[in-house]
Write a protein that binds this ligand. Structure first.
Ligand code: GDP
Ligand code: IMO
Ligand code: MG
Length: 426
């Protein structure tokens, strides 16, 4: 097999593992960064010499002016929020982030997708609520699958766009009327798309030639995932999932890169766990330990500001995640958050209806699962100044090595703080 320099960075829990921080670290010498799925539902926090940023749709390579950033074919894009995000970052960082391109196949989030996201969620009964980010993600991917979506490239061809919108708008308006929502006219959507064309037209391209050249000439390409496997639409806690595939299979499909060429897969996991939104979360805690994790870890959503549900590390789910993604190296983040915990637990199996499970069961069974824990001694020492493996307290190293064994995957990177250099490479 020919050697490439393509790495995927994927979330192996429920999202918010610290993917943005890890991509920013590796993007310092990347030629291309591709955000391959999802939309502005993401909140990827990056802290570097330019400041602190929460990236929603923009790839986390934008702080390196030498890096080409691609919003890939598998994404769904809201140009209104993207423009706002670009302006904010330009003002704050002083960078003129012109190095961003959108694949012409990416689907557009239109205003009615956001309206429908909220209305559909409101109709779900409390036990079925997904807790979506209300960014129109689900409705936009629904249209893509139903072949009545508008793609970024469509807005560059007015005649074609008008045909597409005229075809789909009556159906969309019937849907909006069903929920008692405002309908849209062809003229207002055409005007909106014309505005987007003026703002982004030159940045909407067919990314295949440039990505292919980069892969074939051994350039360094990073694929940035949104969310984590537990909310993957096929392999996560369906129906409490997002409407795309954050797993590495999704990366290959959505970024113009053949699967064989992704030769390094960096899984990102917190040293404990969090989840935001509905659905089962087997290691969730409801006591003061959860509050302590939330406060020390700053566990509030980067997009919605919602408090994140907090709990212990689930090694069974992480082992599944590492297998499903073919993780070659794990990046363990937020180790420092555990510095003041006397005891730390790790889930190694579940009891469901009186039966022992050593593997991850399907969603309905997860709702009834009781985690079985191994307990570790905390190290009760500050780790945020550690920069080498040898600097870490012995008990912290023992914890990491135990996790590594449980998930059958090498933990190569350990992050001990949110800033770029707070990283240990083993
Ligand atoms: P993402 O969506 O996977 O990119 O993750 P988020 O940015 O939503 O959430 C991760 C949060 O943890 C952010 O606030 C980061 O600044 C912060 N963070 C990342 N790595 C570390 C770390 O090693 N230690 C601490 N204390 N915070 C971290
Ligand atoms: P990053 O990239 C955490 C959750 C929502 C909801 C479900 C579906 O920062 O890790 P959606 O709006 O996608 O239809 O919501 O997924 N969710 C996230 N949770 N981090 C995210 O992104 C998320 N994006 C969506 O809370 O339960
Ligand atoms: Mg996030």
């Amino acid at each position: 097999m020919r050697k490439t320099n393509v790495s995927a960075i994927v979330g192996v829990q429920y999202g918010d593992e610290g993917k943005g921080r890890i991509v920013d670290y590796f993007a310092q010498d990347a030629d291309i960064v591709i955000r391959y799925q999802g939309g502005d539902n993401a909140g990827h926090t990056v802290i570097n010499d330019k400041g602190k940023f929460a990236l929603h749709i923009l790839p986390s390579g934008i702080f390196n002016p030498e890096t080409m950033n691609i919003v890939g074919a598998g994404t769904v894009v809201n140009f209104n929020t993207m423009k706002e995000e670009m302006e904010n970052i330009k003002n704050k960082s002083g960078l003129d982030i012109d190095n961003v391109f959108i694949d012409s196949r990416a689907h557009l989030i239109l205003p009615y997708h956001c309206d429908l996201d909220g209305a559909e969620e409101a109709k779900r009964d409390s036990s079925q609520k997904i807790g979506t980010t209300k960014r129109g993600i689900g409705p936009c991917y629904t249209d893509k699958a139903a072949r009545c979506g508008i793609r970024a490239g469509d807005i560059k061809d007015e005649e074609w766009l008008e045909k597409r919108l005229s075809m789909l708008l009556p159906k969309k308006n019937r849907e909006l009327e069903y929920y008692g929502l405002k309908t849209y006219t062809l003229e207002e959507l055409m005007a909106l798309c014309a505005k987007w064309k003026a703002e982004f037209g030159d940045h909407i391209i067919d990314t295949v030639p440039v990505v292919r050249e980069a892969v074939e000439s051994g350039k360094r390409v990073l694929l940035e995932g949104q969310l984590g496997i537990m909310r993957d639409n096929d392999w996560g806690i369906y129906p409490y999932t997002t409407s795309s595939n954050p797993t590495v299979g999704g990366a290959a499909n959505a970024s113009a890169i053949p699967a064989w060429a992704i030769q390094k897969v960096i899984g990102v996991a917190k040293a404990y766990s969090t989840s935001v939104g509905g659905g089962p979360y087997m290691t969730e805690l409801f006591d003061e330990t959860a509050d302590k994790l939330r406060e020390i870890g700053g566990e509030y959503g980067a997009t919605t500001g919602r408090p994140r549900r907090c709990g212990w590390f689930d090694a069974v789910a992480a082992d599944y995640a590492c297998y499903m993604n073919g993780v070659t190296d794990l990046a363990l983040t937020k180790l420092d958050v555990l510095d003041s915990f006397e005891k730390i637990k790790v889930c190694t199996g579940y009891m469901i209806d009186g039966e022992y499970y050593s593997h991850l069961p399907e969603t309905q069974l997860q709702e009834r699962a009781k985690p079985i824990y191994d307990e570790f001694d905390g190290w009760m020492e500050k780790t945020s100044d550690c920069r080498k493996w040898e600097d870490l307290p012995e008990k912290a190293k023992a914890y990491i090595l135990a996790l590594e064994k449980l998930i059958n995957t090498r933990i190569t990177y350990v992050s001990v703080g949110p800033e770029r250099e707070q990283m240990i490479i083993r």
